[in-house]
Design a protein around this ligand. Structure first.
Ligand code: 2NL
Length: 339
């Protein structure tokens, strides 16, 4: 039996040395030290031994078991260390490597211009309001003193949806709705898409964007209009910007004017962009027509107001020197990446 024990010990130790994976260790443990293992099989034969031999062989068997357990542990540690070393090598990361650049979007030039104009007016205490693009004939035309026979009401110019429903041709319906609510004073701007039945070319599109403003309070004069719009123009185009007002006509304002600003390209000297004028038209404006105030329930003897409206594509084109309106709608990445 001594020989057998020695043989098992040698065989087991050799096997432990050769173990390549953790799984081998577990298998070897079962094979040699397990309940159905080789060592246990020998111990079961102890009954056949004489009384003198039994303690000696028993002692020896215990030594072998302890030895093997110790060696098995060593082998296990060796494998664990090797495995860790291997993983550290394989999963090594170079923290100094450059990161992968993330593709980041940015605002559209139309959004940049719209946001900028809104913040200038917010700085002067105006609220920003947005409203429906599908409107009633009343809010788009009637309440703005635009008569039934006005060319803007022609089917050729306006998208009618049916009955008295249409796509708004200006953002004024939102101002009318605000006046109707009766909360005074009013200081508001309203940006948004408007629709007109135009053919697409370098300066026209059936969908474009406007920003209109409305102020209604006691004792509002043309002086307030000029003051607000001059501050606006200087903030948008720079402190050196000059403005000029030319008389005009709108059905919803009286008196009415158009406001020009010194040409962004030549600074007022006159060039190709402003056709030698030195000025470029920026917006239309005027004192809100008393009939318009009255129709929305505001007493024109007590209150007065001014209003203005501008095309946002035009502002963006001036601002960035864009010569074709279509670039703002086509979403060509080569164009958009420049902003
Ligand atoms: C232009 C001119 C303008 C208004 C819009 C307005 C709105 C109400 C009452 C009175 Cl509710 N007026 N809006 C006034 C003057 C001019 O727009 O050339 N737009 C592109």
């Amino acid at each position: 039996m001594k020989e057998k024990l020695k043989a098992i010990q040698e065989k087991a130790m050799a096997a432990f040395q050769e173990a390549k994976e953790m799984k081998d260790i577990d298998d070897l443990k079962v094979k040699y030290l397990g309940k159905k293992g080789e060592l246990t099989a020998i111990l079961k034969e102890m009954g056949k031994l004489s009384a003198e031999e039994r303690p000696i062989i028993g002692q020896m068997a215990n030594d072998v078991r302890q030895n093997l357990e110790k060696r098995l542990d060593e082998a296990k540690n060796r494998l664990a260390a090797a495995e860790m070393a291997h993983r550290l090598e394989k999963e090594k990361i170079d923290v100094t490597m450059p990161g992968r650049a993330r593709a980041e979007g940015h605002r559209h030039p139309m959004s940049i211009v719209t946001d900028e104009i809104c913040s200038i007016f917010m700085g002067m205490g105006y609220e920003v309001a947005e409203g429906p693009e599908v409107e009633k004939d009343y809010y788009n035309f009637e309440a703005l003193n635009i008569p039934k026979n006005h060319p803007a009401r022609d089917e050729q110019d306006t998208f009618y949806i049916g009955g008295d429903i249409l796509l708004r041709t200006q953002t004024s319906p939102m101002q009318v709705r605000t006046m109707e609510k009766g909360k005074l004073p009013i200081r508001m701007v309203c940006p948004g898409a408007v629709y007109r039945s135009d053919e697409v070319d370098a300066t026209h599109s059936p969908v474009f964007h406007q920003l209109e403003g409305l102020v209604v309070d006691k004792n509002i004069t043309m002086g307030d209009l000029k003051g607000a719009l001059v501050v606006f123009a200087k903030e948008l185009f720079g402190e050196d910007t000059k403005v000029r007002f030319r008389p005009h006509h709108f059905p919803f304002t009286e008196p009415s004017a158009e406001m020009d600003v010194t040409c962004f390209a030549c600074g007022g000297k006159g060039c190709r962009v402003c056709k030698g004028e030195g000025y470029i038209e920026l917006l239309g404006c005027g004192m809100v027509h008393p009939k318009v105030l009255k129709m929305s329930g505001i007493d024109p003897d007590e209150y007065s107001g001014f209003a203005f409206g501008m095309g946002l594509e035009r502002v963006a084109m001036q601002r960035y020197g864009i010569t074709d309106l279509r670039l703002l709608f086509e979403n060509d990445m080569k164009f958009l990446k420049q902003f």
